[in-house]
Design a protein around this ligand. Sequence first.
Ligand code: DX5
Ligand code: ZN
Length: 209
Amino acid sequence: MKIVAPSMLSCNFGELGDEIEMVNKSKAGWFHLDIMDGVFVPNLTVGPDVVASIRPLLSIDFEAHLMVVDPDLLAPLYIEAGCSTILVHAEACTHLHKTLATIKDLGATPAVALNPHTPPEAISQVRDLLGLVLVMTVNPGFGGQTYISEMESKVVRVAEMLEGYDCDIEVDGGIGPSTIAAAAAAGANVFVSGSALFRDPEGLSLIHI
Ligand code: DX5
Ligand code: ZN
């Protein structure tokens, strides 16, 4: 199943209620929350209290993309806030297997995100724990960056590695009308999109892929 996940990062926070209502009326499958701590990436976003306050406004699942240096500390807080999928970066997890197992024990879907420089083999020993793998198609930290098409070969390899596993493959960064088809052809089935959905009046048509 193909899923589009609008990224809250590109919402106009001064009109958050209206933006969320637009997502509610769309065919979005999940709501993507970019959680940044100002250390793992040079940007800051929202804490779990903000996520908990938005949670009742949307019926679709929330996924928290944790771009933080201490996912073990923060993952439980975002699960408590109502996120059903927790994405941790392989680069931030010394004990990735343990971190994913803990997320699963807490009742959420464990997921791994791979920065552009991280090889697909980073998931090889944790595949049985994963519900989702995110191949970053930009370096994380900001919306509106240029899609790195070289990541498509990584998506292909991840798809090969996940044959026989019940695991979605997501792409995040620069996804819009001109890039989504190639990412899908490589094997992705979940598409995070920020600027293309929220900055372009026609952006929500992407939802109909
Ligand atoms: C970047 C974030 C993305 C971002 C995508 O660090 O992980 O989720 O919001 O934004 P666009 O679609 O504008 O690249
Ligand atoms: Zn993201």
